[in-house]
Design a protein around this ligand. Sequence first.
Ligand code: PGA
Length: 251
Amino acid sequence: MATPTAIVAGNWKMNGVQASIEELKSLQKLLEIKPKACCDILICPPFTLLTGFAAVSGEMIAIGAQDCHTATSGAHTGDISAGMIADAGAGYVIVGHSERRSNHGETSDLVASKATAAQSADLKAIICVGESEAERDAGKTLSVVLDQLTNSIPETATAQNTVIAYEPVWAIGTGRTPTPQDVADVHAAIRASLQDRFGKDGAGVPILYGGSVKPSNALELMAVENVDGALVGGASLKATDFDGIIDAYRK
Ligand code: PGA
């Protein structure tokens, strides 16, 4: 399998109301008038906006959700199934984001079950991994990341239905980023683990970097070996900022 197509993905988190569709439309306009970027573009709004966004997103922008339940349906008040997300017109779902792991106590086992649910509903699962600052300071970055990775990738995973996002927890929303060399080291370890898992096809699984990506650092971070795109939080909320990150994939 060849090198992956890069993905620039926006994670809107708990932000956005119906009127925010204007931001999606602004992004579409920018994509239309600017040179074509050599990456896939994805927006993951809150559940309430999935259907509306999917209805207008068109060919150029894919839509994803930020979480899903492990079950297909049933008595799970307040939860959303992967099938519902697919039915809303989305093609992706983020699972195991560090905010889910910390705010909701999600373990890698649970994340793997969610990824199974996603992949069984024909969604691509964006499986997030990343170390805390204390873990980094203790020199445990690689062991933590590889442990999360191995335990969060389910049996249903293939190189085609899986995307990995490496997001150091201490870099999320803080304006701080690892050095390109640190990113390169972690992404190389993730790639090696994916090749153990998927054989040759492991080379084709996109590995996104996430954590304080913005227009001013995107080019440098996206140039790192084995970085196949970005998972962007804060800077994905404004079309001009997000498009400034997409610029890293324009000639
Ligand atoms: P940030 O968030 O870009 O605001 O740091 C990234 C993420 O949590 O996916």
